[in-house]
Ligand binder design. Structure first.
Ligand code: ADP
Ligand code: 5GP
Length: 190
């Protein structure tokens, strides 16, 4: 597979990763989001082929057997997520920079695969309590789903020092400006 530039974002759920990635997409035409496959159900307004390719567990397992994934993880119990090789190839072929939204294990694996062609960014919440508040306020998940996510957050945060950059998402406008600057430097750097 061709090795163009890639940017990896990882964070505990509710840290603001999707908000920041969506913002970046409006700022740089050369970025393109890698749409992952997942066996979880769509949430809120999510559409197949936009946020994710939504697969049944059987379809997901079939893709694992076909070696269709660059990487995949069981991020939560019985909830599978994976990056399709075809997705990365599609974006690379266009000459665009691939943007990944993946869990911490996936983030570390992709960084290893792409080396200096990758910039990995860990989005850190100000605290686990704030993270929970944001998930409750977002209003897209049942309380038990929120508990699963919050329970995993402290463990996920122990991965932060394996990333190239750590960005604490406290004040949103400030974080947007910082992340824009970091990404611009990476894009401009030959
Ligand atoms: P993730 O993709 O990491 O799960 P989201 O981007 O969905 O997180 O953000 C979770 C919730 O927190 C959303 O409702 C979002 O609007 C809100 N949010 C994101 N960043 C901030 C911030 N800096 N301050 C307050 N709320 C935020
Ligand atoms: P959510 O259900 O909130 O959309 O995502 C849950 C977690 O799965 C997040 O940490 C997200 O980054 C991660 N995730 C999404 N797609 C992938 C993927 O393709 N691979 C891996 N390893 N994690 C993913």
């Amino acid at each position: 597979m061709e090795r163009g530039k890639v940017i990896i974002f990882s964070a505990p759920s509710g840290s603001g990763k999707s908000t920041l990635i969506n913002y970046l997409m409006t700022q740089f035409d050369c970025l393109e989001f890698s749409i992952s496959a997942t066996s979880r159900s769509p949430r809120g307004e999510e559409k197949n082929g936009v946020e994710y390719y939504f697969l049944t567990p059987e379809e997901f397992r079939a893709k694992i057997s076909e070696h269709a994934f660059l990487e995949w993880e069981e991020v939560y119990e019985n909830k599978y997520y994976g990056t399709l090789r075809s997705e990365v190839e599609r974006i690379n072929t266009k000459g665009n920079i691939v943007v990944f939204d993946v869990d911490v294990a996936g983030g570390c694996n992709i960084k290893k695969m792409f080396g200096n062609n990758a910039m990995s960014v860990f989005i850190m919440p100000p605290s686990v309590a704030t993270l929970k508040e944001r998930l409750v306020k977002r209003g897209t998940d049942a309380m038990e789903v929120i508990e699963d996510r919050v329970n995993k957050a402290s463990y996920e945060m122990t991965f932060s020092d394996r990333f190239d950059r750590i960005v604490v998402n406290d004040d949103l406008e400030w974080t947007k400006a910082l992340i824009r600057k970091i990404v611009k430097e990476f894009i401009d750097n030959e």
